[in-house]
Design a protein around this ligand. Structure first.
Ligand SMILES: [Zn+2]
Length: 235
């Protein structure tokens, strides 16, 4: 993506007014970015602490004006079936209808919901309110969770080692996901155009669940800073 290794993701945290408004960024591997740059997370750079508030498409300059490269900050989206009891994991493009885990029969209606279906997404990039950042970390009681490592189900026939109650298989083409589900709270939101620092700061102050309601489409601002999206899970 724009000369970056495909797994590298940027956190946009402002623009360098001394250098033609070049975007200021911090980069991270996607594995780490799903927690380090998740909305609500804080990153320190040059003794300033920046708080991520959402997602954006990469920000580029077109004829001297900053704009998101596309209208879609979440180019990769799927539905994921996941069983917390037996760790069955499967992704698909359509909304699943299954209510029972195919391996252990855990149900979507069981207590604590061991078997669930939800949307996952991989952000193209992350963003702050494009503010100046804080002098120190701000204490927060919001939970952003850690990332779980999940292996996609496979068609390879499992082998049962003699004398064990275990079945194992090796899939050399298997897919492994890093998923941050905000400790099962998930991320919620909508695509919106955030065009002013003030608007973005208001969003950043709101609790994640309230941010969508607080975000209003803005039109009459000369600088379109990028789409904001808070949503689902992402690997
Ligand atoms: Zn299961």
């Amino acid at each position: 993506m724009f000369g970056m290794p495909s797994r590298t993701r940027l956190l946009y945290h402002g623009f360098d007014t001394a250098h033609d408004r070049e975007p200021r960024t911090i980069d991270s591997d996607l594995d780490l970015a799903v927690t380090e740059f998740a909305p609500g997370s804080q990153k320190t750079k040059d003794k300033r602490v920046f708080t991520a508030i959402g997602f954006t498409a990469p920000i580029i300059k077109v004829r001297g004006r900053l704009r998101p490269a596309t209208d879609n900050p979440l180019p990769w989206r799927r539905w994921m079936l996941r069983c917390l009891r037996c760790h069955f994991t499967k992704t698909q493009t359509t909304q699943p209808t299954e209510t029972l885990c195919p391996y252990c029969q855990a149900s979507t209606t069981d207590q604590n919901q061991p078997f669930t279906a939800f949307e996952v997404a991989a952000p193209a990039a992350f963003r702050t309110a494009f503010d100046r950042g804080q002098n120190a970390r701000v204490d927060t009681d919001l939970m952003y969770g850690g990332a779980s490592t999940l292996a996609e189900d496979s068609n390879i026939t499992p082998v049962q080692p003699p004398g064990s109650n275990t079945a194992i298989r090796l899939d050399r083409k298997g897919t492994v996901y890093r998923v941050n589900d905000r400790n099962k709270l998930q991320f919620h939101g909508a695509v919106d155009n955030i065009t002013s620092e003030r608007q973005a700061r208001e969003l950043a102050k709101a609790a994640p669940e309230d941010r969508t309601a607080n975000s209003k489409p803005a039109h009459a601002h000369r600088l379109r800073l990028g789409e904001l999206f808070r949503c689902g899970w992402y690997p």
